[in-house]
Write a protein that binds this ligand. Structure first.
Ligand code: PHE
Length: 338
């Protein structure tokens, strides 16, 4: 019995050596370790042994089974390792990988997203309106008389049928008040169009961000606090903000806002960044007439409005010297904002 087991072990180890694939390993396993295999057959012979012989034979049987099993396992892992090595042969895994080009948001979108996030903290909701407008919403309802220069053929794209490309997002002020009851606290970002000669600081299509806050007892102090907060959140906590008297037909008083820019190596200078003012009672009166009710009674409600150009803000934040870069889609420029 002991001899027979020793023979099986020796045979098994010799038989295993030349095997090269999974199928022959499995055949080997069946031949030696399987239910009808040689070791099982030998084990069956145990019952013919005497009581004294059994322990030694049993021990030998276990040793041989363990030896064959571990030789088989070792062979299987050696084959797998060889297969893995063959699969990556010729590939230098220490070489840098191939970069996958990733997209990024356009600088205007980045500035827009930040602006919305800041105004959202102050409770402003998003509003929209059409880019193709009528003269009423773009001008008349905003207290802008027929002979105002902004309505000039030379400044505005007219379709010839009374429609035009809005010259500012202020038309959304009117549309919002026509549609919803006060109080109103909205921002309206979007495109505006002017027949400007295109140069380093002008495009005929650009982006504005309009704001409107209508409520009871809204004051000029609220306007200043809101916009100072915005520009400091946008340009940095210690940004100096200045309000200068100005004129817009739809606000009274009207102001322009400057921020002080400290460009490296240059003397600091004030740069105009937005227009704003207290909503003119004439605008609220016009809204009452359009709505056919007195919800926006200027005796009861006051408010402020503001408008700013997103291109200007992006140019300041990113140090972009020419506005045309923003529309040329040159990836050497755009990839810097990823
Ligand atoms: N609509 C004005 C412009 O385009 C900006 C503005 C908006 C001014 C709201 C006051 C209030 O210049």
């Amino acid at each position: 019995m002991l001899e027979e087991l020793a023979t099986i072990e020796a045979d098994a180890l010799i038989a295993l050596t030349p095997l090269e694939d999974e199928a022959s390993l499995e055949a080997f396993r069946i031949e030696y370790l399987g239910k009808k295999g040689r070791l099982t057959a030998a084990a069956a012979g145990m019952r013919h042994l005497s009581k004294e012989e059994k322990p030694a034979a049993g021990q030998k049987l276990n040793e041989v089974r363990t030896a064959i099993t571990s030789a088989l396992d070792a062979k299987a892992s050696a084959l797998q390792a060889a297969a893995d090595a063959a699969a990556v042969a010729g590939i230098d895994v220490t070489l840098p990988g191939t970069p996958i080009p990733t997209g990024a948001l356009h600088p205007i979108s980045q500035v827009l997203d930040r602006s919305i996030a800041i105004f959202r903290r102050l409770g402003f909701a998003l509003a929209t309106g059409p880019e193709i407008e009528d003269e009423f919403h773009c001008f008349d309802a905003l207290n802008t008389p027929e002979d105002h220069p902004a309505r000039n053929e030379k400044d505005t794209f007219y379709f010839g049928d009374g429609r035009l490309l809005r010259t500012h997002t202020s038309s959304v002020q009117v549309r919002t008040m026509e549609d919803q009851a006060p109080p109103v606290r909205i921002i309206a970002p979007g495109a505006a169009y002017r027949r400007d000669e295109i140069d380093a600081t002008h495009l005929s299509q650009f982006n504005q961000l309009e704001g409107l806050f209508i409520g009871e007892d809204v004051s000029l102090a609220d306007l200043k606090g809101t916009l100072e907060y915005f520009f400091r959140a946008m340009f940095g906590e210690d940004t100096e903000v200045r309000f200068r008297p100005h004129f817009f037909p739809f606000t009274e008083p009207s102001l322009e806002i400057d921020i002080k820019l400290h460009a490296a190596g240059k003397t600091a200078k004030w740069i105009e960044i937005a227009g704003c003012g207290m909503v003119d009672p004439a605008v609220l009166e016009q809204v009452c007439q359009s709505r056919g009710d007195r919800l926006y009674d200027p005796e009861k409600f006051t408010g402020f409005a503001f408008g700013m150009g997103l291109e200007r803000i992006a140019m300041i934040i990113y140090g972009i010297p020419d506005i045309r870069h923003l529309i040329e889609n040159d990836t050497r420029f755009l990839s810097q904002f990823s």
